[in-house]
Design a protein around this ligand. Sequence first.
Ligand SMILES: [Zn+2]
Length: 311
Amino acid sequence: MCGAPLRIGIDLGGTKIEGLALGRDGAEVARRRIETPNNYEQTLHAIEGLISFLDDEASAVSGQQVRGSVGVGIPGTLSPATRLVKNSNSTWLNGKAFDKDLEAIMGRPIRVMNDANCFALSEATDGAGVGAAVVFGVILGTGVGAGIVVGGHVLEGHQGIGGEWGHNSLPWPKDGEWPGPDCYCGRRGCLETYVSGPGMVRDHEAVTGQRLSTREIVAKAAGGNDDAMASRGRYVDRLARGLASIINVLDPGIVVLGGGMSNLPALAEDVQTALPPYVFTDKVDTTVLRNVHGDSSGVRGAAWLWPADDQ
Ligand SMILES: [Zn+2]
């Protein structure tokens, strides 16, 4: 679009909105982070201000007036059927024609996508997933989500829920794991209740009676505490089972781990080691890697919603 040598990515989070401008080569030109207003109209106008700021910064750097292409990652998804937002925990977005409303304000086309999909796209484009034809990018945070990228493009799916593995149940359940903890989605034993950050905290407390943060559990495990090491071990094995069930269907070349839990030391390596008993192959060639771009992956992926050949 507009022949612009600039891609703008916006990551709309529950508490912060991050904006990033990338030059054609993918280098960062400008960045700004602001608070997220808690209503719809103010959120649209906050994003408008952010885009204008990034346009102006990039124009100042390049010495000419430029208008970037704009991609936005949202918590939730645009329903392919209605083109309205659904499944957002920022509930004021639900039912809104977010892309059309923002386009009307900005006077340029806007691409909008689920934030986990943006993470996966970022890592597949110039992160840990580079070189793989199929990438499964996983968010392990307060919640659990994922995105699928095939040949450089996000596989959104028929209903816009492609990659939403967090509310599948934990596969190959062991004693005491079934039916599992209640999940907010109304089911029990969802992967999210086991492999999210709160899932690890709940599990450790259920087994030991001690309520510790994930950071404390991991530090104790590193220090050789038996209970904490066992909790970390259960976490790794459950994550491996969850990923194996995806690998058996999608067969990605690379799985990229993101979200707060991906910062656990050696998590990707340990999950890799735990995979073979659950994957239906003689030798597991899928590689599990930690993300490259960290917290910036969401906003970078939003910018990449306009690939070079579309601009
Ligand atoms: Zn659930």
